[in-house]
Design a protein around this ligand. Structure first.
Ligand code: 5GP
Length: 125
């Protein structure tokens, strides 16, 4: 079910549990501000999620409330993960779902990194 991104942060969401180590993940990167791990249900040969460690529901919440330093570090982390995965030369796609129309399911900001094959059109037609 898509989530309502205007609701307050729910610290029982699945990514909050991953951040607390209560649920395992296949980690690919971690620093002070971000964690990256393989998606449990990959939609491409490479499908990694990058999440900030701060409690932000969505890109809207993050871009409104996070500090400039948090935003800069998170954006750099996404780029660093994609480079480390070898995706720069072949190319890759970033996706962040925000709210109902995008069908965001997990109410903790995450950026999807897709790669490993030609990814086709940007949106379903
Ligand atoms: P959304 O639709 O919110 O943008 O994407 C949520 C993503 O989280 C989905 O691609 C889904 O497969 C992934 N996901 C949901 N639960 C888990 C989990 O417990 N572990 C991992 N690694 N990914 C999850």
């Amino acid at each position: 079910m898509p989530i309502d991104p205007t609701l307050p942060y729910d610290d029982q969401n699945i990514f909050a549990k991953i951040l607390r180590g209560e649920i395992p993940c296949k980690k690919v990167f971690e620093d002070d501000c971000a964690l990256a791990f393989h998606d449990i249900n990959p939609q491409a040969p490479t499908h990694v999620l990058v999440i900030p460690k701060g409690a932000y529901v969505s890109w809207d919440d993050f871009s409104t409330k996070a500090s400039d330093a948090e935003i800069a570090e998170f954006v750099r982390a996404v780029g660093q993960v994609a480079r480390a995965l070898g995706l720069v030369e072949p190319g890759y796609r970033l996706l962040a779902n925000i709210g109902m129309d995008s069908h965001q399911e997990v109410p903790h900001l995450h950026v999807h990194i897709f790669g490993g094959k030609p990814l086709g059109p940007m949106l379903m037609r």
